[in-house]
Design a binder for this molecule. Structure first.
Ligand SMILES: [Zn+2]
Length: 444
């Protein structure tokens, strides 16, 4: 009888211990949830784990995003009725912006083309400040998914109107032509000047790096190129800011709101360089993106109420460090490249190509076959084949592999820092990233 009583007591004590352990494990994360005032979501467009790896190899050091406490991985497939396993940036951007999967080309609309509320709109409803910062046109798929709704990503003139209509506080990137009429070097055919209209709505407009440094208004529209901001390797530094400079400005302005902010930052041109299979240009874009991650990370370390999430919308190019059955890689080849291949396409001629390839790509031992391919493409003025011939010389020498010039379905990295970062340390779906960010900020 006595033993039975003791058994009962020990069972009771054990259950009490288990229960308190369960409760204790919940308390820290529960307490952390209440602390997320701001979310900074940084998206490397086309940045799979191998893109990050090449950035690290190129830098010959750890990246800032490597310092984050928690790492996970995310699936990126869409709900496109025809093609679901290889997403485009619009469907993937919609998943990150709204938590809903949709068709390729959709800008935060569902399969029935109905608008879906975005995390940015939810933040606005909760009186937080909001911003979008990118190296592409601000009307390009990823930023568009956060600040507009459209049945197709190509309707960039409409998307520009919608972004201004949404009253996003900080809008920084490229894409001036979609805001201006044809008579003003723009692409609009409706005679509207959205930059003047934005000024009328209280925006301060800037279009150079210098002016961006000086501006300190609550609402800013900064457009630094007619189309995308140039690749890091080709950037015009008197006019075009880096992604980290734009991110720094955005955080300075948005953090004045004591209710908090939501900021989306996109390293948009990692994808473009990967589409071109141009590894050095891509590595430089990863590093430009990582400098922006550093800015967000430094702010979050001091602020302690900011959740920083780094991820990608999808992988581009199916890049591999090492290829062709060889156990070797030569990053030193990539470090000799001074300009993007895309830039060289416009300046190469049949008479200057040897000099330019030596000076800008650091290659002075072209084979007969390589020369033939380059000269043939130049004579035919065939930019696609010229690009292919140039990247082949780089990829062969560095032993960089690519499986496609489009996107792939591989999982992408997720890195998180700050309160609730632990929630991202597992296998996620791209839609979960949105849901966790919304939940962390307690947005209604
Ligand atoms: Zn792409």
């Amino acid at each position: 009888m006595k033993i039975f009583k003791n058994k009962k007591l020990s069972l009771f004590l054990t259950s009490l211990l288990v229960l308190s352990l369960i409760l204790a494990s919940y308390i820290p994360s529960f307490a952390q949830t209440s602390k997320v005032k701001n979310v900074i979501l940084l998206i490397g467009d086309g940045m799979g784990t191998e893109q990050v790896n090449l950035g690290r190899i190129y830098k010959n050091n750890k990246l800032y995003m490597d310092e984050f406490d928690y790492t996970g991985i995310a699936s990126t497939y869409s709900a496109d009725p025809k093609n679901k396993w290889v997403t485009d940036s619009a469907a993937a951007g919609t998943a990150l912006a709204t938590g809903v999967k949709t068709y390729d080309g959709a800008i935060s609309v569902d399969l029935n083309q109905k608008p879906i509320e975005t995390i940015l709109e939810k933040a606005q409803k909760n009186k937080k400040s909001t911003g979008i910062v990118t190296t592409t046109r601000v009307t390009h798929a990823t930023p568009a998914c956060f600040a507009s709704h459209n049945i197709h990503r190509d309707n960039e003139n409409e998307i520009a109107e919608d972004i201004i209509e949404h009253g996003v506080d900080v809008i920084l990137g490229g894409g001036k032509a979609n805001f201006l009429d044809k008579n003003n070097n723009g692409k609009r055919e409706d005679g509207r000047n959205l930059i003047e209209e934005a000024k009328g709505k209280g925006y301060k407009y800037v279009d150079t790096r210098e002016n961006l440094k000086k501006v300190n208004d609550e609402k800013i529209l900064g457009l630094f190129n007619n189309s995308h901001i140039s690749y890091t390797l080709d950037r015009n530094l008197t006019v075009e800011p880096s992604l980290s400079e734009m991110t720094n400005k955005a955080i300075n302005i948005l953090s004045k709101n004591n209710r908090g902010f939501f900021l989306m930052v996109e390293g948009g041109r990692i994808d473009h360089a990967a589409h071109n299979n141009d590894p050095a240009t891509m590595a430089n874009e990863v590093l430009d993106f990582d400098e922006a991650v550093k800015v967000a990370y430094e702010f979050a370390k001091k602020d302690k109420q900011t959740l920083v999430i780094v991820t990608a919308d999808h992988e581009t190019g199916g890049i591999s460090i090492g290829a062709n059955g060889k156990y070797e890689y030569h990053p030193e080849i990539l470090k000799k490249q001074n300009k993007s291949v895309e830039y060289l396409l416009d300046i190469l001629t049949t008479s200057n190509y040897k000099t330019i390839i030596r000076e800008e790509l650091g290659i002075n031992n072209l084979t007969k076959k390589e020369e033939l391919d380059i000269v043939l493409a130049l004579k035919k003025n065939d930019k696609d084949n010229l690009s292919r011939a140039l990247v082949n010389t780089i990829n062969t020498r560095s032993n960089t592999g690519w499986t496609t010039t489009a996107h792939t379905g591989v999982d992408v990295p997720v890195k998180a820092y700050g309160p609730n970062a632990n929630l991202f340390s597992k296998h996620l779906d791209n839609t979960d990233i949105n849901k966790l960010a919304v939940k962390s900020m307690k947005l209604k």
